[in-house]
Design a protein around this ligand. Structure first.
Ligand SMILES: [Zn+2]
Length: 389
């Protein structure tokens, strides 16, 4: 039974239940759902015929024709001419998503000292970049700096803006209210609404690790349909995508694994307890431990990194087993994560899970040449505005 006093003490912000009208229950819902099916199919498959679309979406040829006409008149897709192949019969007319139909503004507020942003086309290609010194700004000052960055990016956008996407550390609701953003001292901040009001375009704000998980799912052709992204920047964040859908949790805190206890006698954590995962694998803790214990000792350095990888593997093993996940991506400083750390995570996961779970399991360190958190911010917009994941 729930203690009623606890409910009044804690801020109760629960995710909406999925009762009420079934999605797709009105003709307009159905049209939007089917439109998203086509856009998603074109995004991932490239140029295809109407017959290909009918096969991949399960929609009738008549529905496909009507929706393709609508999308073409919106400028979102274009006719690409006849398929040039040797199949028998009449060559098919191809259609494709127009990557230049819109610009997406993506902003990453996850770094300590700076806010970074980019203008992307619909394929995820970056067409402009901006960066602004965020320093140690907090509260309203930090909001104004973020808004200034959004303004510079909007001015650099070559096309009409589909929306603004923002990745930020903290606990964030689906409508873009930052409930807790400790690094910028934000509480109950309606960041998406502020951006949307200022620039007159849709805005979507998501937790950085969650956005990264959505970004991998959307832009990485090699990604599994269900995956985990571990983000080591401020503490330890985890983004979970299951069957292509981001898992937010009952109070939007899914993936907050940084304060899972891994060693009751371990170091004191910022939360007041001892031995949280964050004190073992958080990059600040890890960097200072390496500097203190192994400034020139390669063997000791590898040991510390292996211990850190083992702690992460121990925490992830039940999650990987529960959900039967095969794709774990870790993003953060590559010099710490590549090598002993990543091998130790995989070894621990293999040692602690059933063979049928871990046979296909891979642990990857994110390619630092791709700005995963920014791509995640863009993926928030693609997903919310066009239904593309
Ligand atoms: Zn803690």
């Amino acid at each position: 039974m729930t203690d009623p006093t606890e409910q009044t003490v804690n801020r109760v912000v629960a995710a909406p239940r999925t009762e009420g009208p079934r999605r797709g229950s009105t003709p307009e819902d159905n049209r939007l759902h089917n439109r998203a099916l086509i856009l998603r199919s074109l995004f991932h498959a490239g140029a295809v015929s109407r017959a290909d679309l009918a096969r991949s979406t399960g929609l009738t040829r008549t529905s496909i024709s009507a929706l393709v006409n609508d999308l073409a008149s919106e400028g979102l897709i274009s006719e690409l001419g006849l398929r040039d192949d040797s199949r028998v019969g009449k060559p098919a007319n191809l259609v494709g998503l127009r990557s230049d139909a819109y610009s997406i503004i993506a902003v990453d507020l996850s770094a300590d000292d700076r806010f970074t942003g980019a203008v992307l086309d619909l394929s995820g290609a970056i067409v402009a970049r901006e960066e602004i010194d965020g320093g140690t700004s907090t509260g309203e000052d930090a909001v104004e700096i973020a808004l200034e960055l959004c303004g510079r990016l909007a001015a650099a956008a070559p096309r009409r803006i589909l929306g603004f996407g923002v990745s930020a550390p903290g606990i964030i609701t689906p409508d873009g209210v930052v409930l807790e953003g400790v690094y910028r001292d934000w509480t109950d901040l309606p960041l998406a609404a502020r951006i949307s009001e200022r620039f007159g375009a849709p805005a979507h704000v998501g937790n950085d690790a969650n956005a990264a998980a959505l970004g991998v799912r959307t832009y990485d052709r090699d990604a599994a349909n269900s995956l985990l992204v571990v983000h080591l920047e401020h503490g330890v964040g985890l983004g979970v995508v299951i069957d292509g859908v981001l898992v937010r949790g009952e109070r939007f805190s899914a993936g907050e694994i940084g304060h899972v206890t891994v060693d009751e006698l371990g170091d004191r954590c910022g939360c007041g307890r001892r031995g949280c995962l964050e004190t073992v694998i958080g990059t600040q803790h890890l960097t200072s431990r390496l500097a203190g214990e192994a400034p020139h000792d390669v063997g000791r350095r590898d040991e510390i990194l292996e211990d850190a990888g083992r702690a992460l593997g121990q925490v992830l093993a039940p999650v990987v087993s529960t959900l039967n996940l095969n794709d774990v991506i870790v993003t953060g400083p590559a010099d710490l994560l590549t090598g002993p750390f990543e091998y130790s995570v995989l070894r621990t996961l293999r040692a602690r899970t059933f063979p049928s779970i871990h046979e296909g399991l891979r642990v990857r360190i994110a390619d630092t040449s791709r700005p995963l958190i920014l791509l995640g911010a863009a993926a928030l917009v693609l997903s919310a505005e066009l239904g593309i994941t």
